[in-house]
Design a protein around this ligand. Structure first.
Ligand SMILES: [Mg+2]
Length: 87
């Protein structure tokens, strides 16, 4: 994904995780129908290569979501509450 299109808000990062999950599912479905090594009749990557690319995108999207400052702060708060047994 081009850097200009990377989301900066938590909501945007959440939507990107959703989109990348859908793209991984699409590639898995194509592999189920046509096989790992088939490719589009017009050329391009194999289904396996496309799946691995989408998995890389998904891993990046998950990392960006997990490392969003609001998520990091929320997780620290949960740890603090658990350490001090705050309900
Ligand atoms: Mg993608």
């Amino acid at each position: 994904m081009h850097a200009d299109y990377l989301p900066t808000t938590l909501e945007g990062k959440q939507h990107r995780v959703t989109e990348e999950c859908a793209e991984v599912i699409k590639e898995l479905a194509k592999i189920g129908r046509f096989g790992l090594l088939s490719r589009h009749p017009d050329g391009g990557p194999t289904n396996l290569e496309a799946l691995l690319d989408e998995m890389t995108d998904l891993e990046h999207a998950i990392s960006e979501f997990r490392n969003d400052p609001s998520i990091v702060l929320y997780r620290k708060q949960l740890t603090y509450e658990a350490d001090y047994e705050i309900d």
